[in-house]
Design a protein around this ligand. Structure first.
Ligand code: AMP
Ligand code: AMP
Length: 336
């Protein structure tokens, strides 16, 4: 174990992942672009090595060195954004997770099929040619942190706004009125147990600021809601609701084992939900990896406190799984 190094890209939840690796006794390493050097170097109390990279395009050139250093890569939300889907799939450095899941996560149609098979309620999807008869949100493909989404109240508004929209692949989804809530899980294939880790809500600009300005004062300003994430806020939820999302998460994993066999989805993932006033839980998206909302809980969450006698972040839980796999001689079963 001492000769393994946990590595990740400098962004998103890297600090949490690296701290968790260190707490579990691994060496660690972060790869980052020049403007982020001082951030990661400032945490030299737990980060062993910072590797500078001019541009993410050059990442493949680094791979040999990472393999030589016995690295295990922990993917997070910036991987697809920075390296692209294909580069992620091609990566030769051992990767924590099942790469088959990447396609199911990125392609919104496939993701929807997965959710429907798992009997998860999803917002209505509008196909080309469908009449838009209710408010919709238009989303580009791939994790974008809410960047470049727009909202339209009806067909007319959609037709007008789509003319200047630059995303090549996008989906048109019913806009659900309710509160967005992000549920974080960890499924361990080694213990065959689902662990409920934590919950957050996002702080999105500018949609989360609109309620601060009365409608009367907004009139004439032509403000359009945008959904770009800026940060995350910790939450707890009604316990009765937890029972339901726990069942949902079990179904999502069970179905994934059929769709992405044999391993399916394992490790950290997040059900991104909107809960309506009639307490219906719609899942708007699944993130099949560690999400940044877990950063609220680097020192553990109220829920991980119930499961562990020590501070257990999702990042640390990943390192714990790797440690467990080494002990059971099953490391290959959790790497791709
Ligand atoms: P950044 O390095 O902060 O520019 O983030 C790169 C990508 O990671 C963004 O495009 C987002 O897709 C994702 N990301 C970063 N932080 C968050 C967050 N707090 N919530 C959701 N997605 C995030
Ligand atoms: P996503 O990238 O799918 O996680 O969405 C980012 C944000 O857009 C969410 O946190 C919500 O604020 C908003 N959003 C996305 N989909 C919907 C929807 N179907 N109804 C209402 N709001 C949505």
């Amino acid at each position: 174990m001492r000769n393994l190094t946990i590595a990740t890209l400098g962004s998103h939840s890297a600090l949490q992942i690296l701290k968790g690796a260190k707490d579990e006794g691994f060496k660690n390493l972060v790869i980052c672009t020049p403007e982020r050097l001082s951030l990661y170097r400032s945490y030299d109390n737990f980060i062993d090595e910072v590797i500078e990279i001019d541009s993410w395009k050059n990442f493949p050139k680094l791979e040999k060195e990472l393999v030589k250093k016995n690295c295990i890569i922990i993917p997070h939300g910036s991987f697809v954004a920075y390296l692209g889907l294909e580069e992620n799939k091609k990566m030769k450095v051992p990767y924590f997770g099942n790469k088959q899941v990447l396609d199911w996560e990125e392609d919104r149609k496939m993701q929807r099929y997965w959710m429907e098979e798992a009997k998860i309620k999803v917002p209505r999807q509008f196909k080309k040619g469908d009449k838009i008869n209710r408010p919709v949100i238009v989303k580009s493909y791939g994790a974008a942190g809410g960047k470049g989404y727009f909202m339209a109240r009806n067909q007319k508004e959609f037709d007008k706004k789509i003319q200047t929209y630059t995303a090549k692949r996008f989906m048109v989804q019913e806009y659900i009125i309710g509160v967005p809530i992000y549920f974080h899980f960890f499924f361990s294939p080694l213990t065959n147990k689902m662990e409920f880790m934590s919950v957050d809500k996002r702080y999105e600009t500018n949609v989360d600021s609109l309620g601060r300005i009365p409608a009367l004062s907004q009139r004439g300003l032509k403000i359009e809601p945008t959904f770009e994430v800026v940060g995350n806020i910790p939450l707890t939820v009604r316990e009765s609701m937890l029972a339901e999302v726990m069942n949902m998460s079990d179904r999502v994993v069970t179905v994934s084992q059929k769709l992405m066999p044999p391993k399916g989805l394992f490790g950290p993932f997040c059900l991104e939900a909107i809960i309506t006033s009639s307490e219906e839980i719609y899942v708007i998206e699944i993130s099949a990896r560690i999400v940044a909302g877990t950063n609220c809980f680097i020192n553990g969450s109220p829920y991980t406190y119930l499961l562990y006698d020590e501070p257990m972040s999702t990042g640390r839980r990943i390192a714990r799984e790797i440690k467990l796999a080494i002990q059971k001689n099953k490391l290959n079963s959790i790497l791709d």
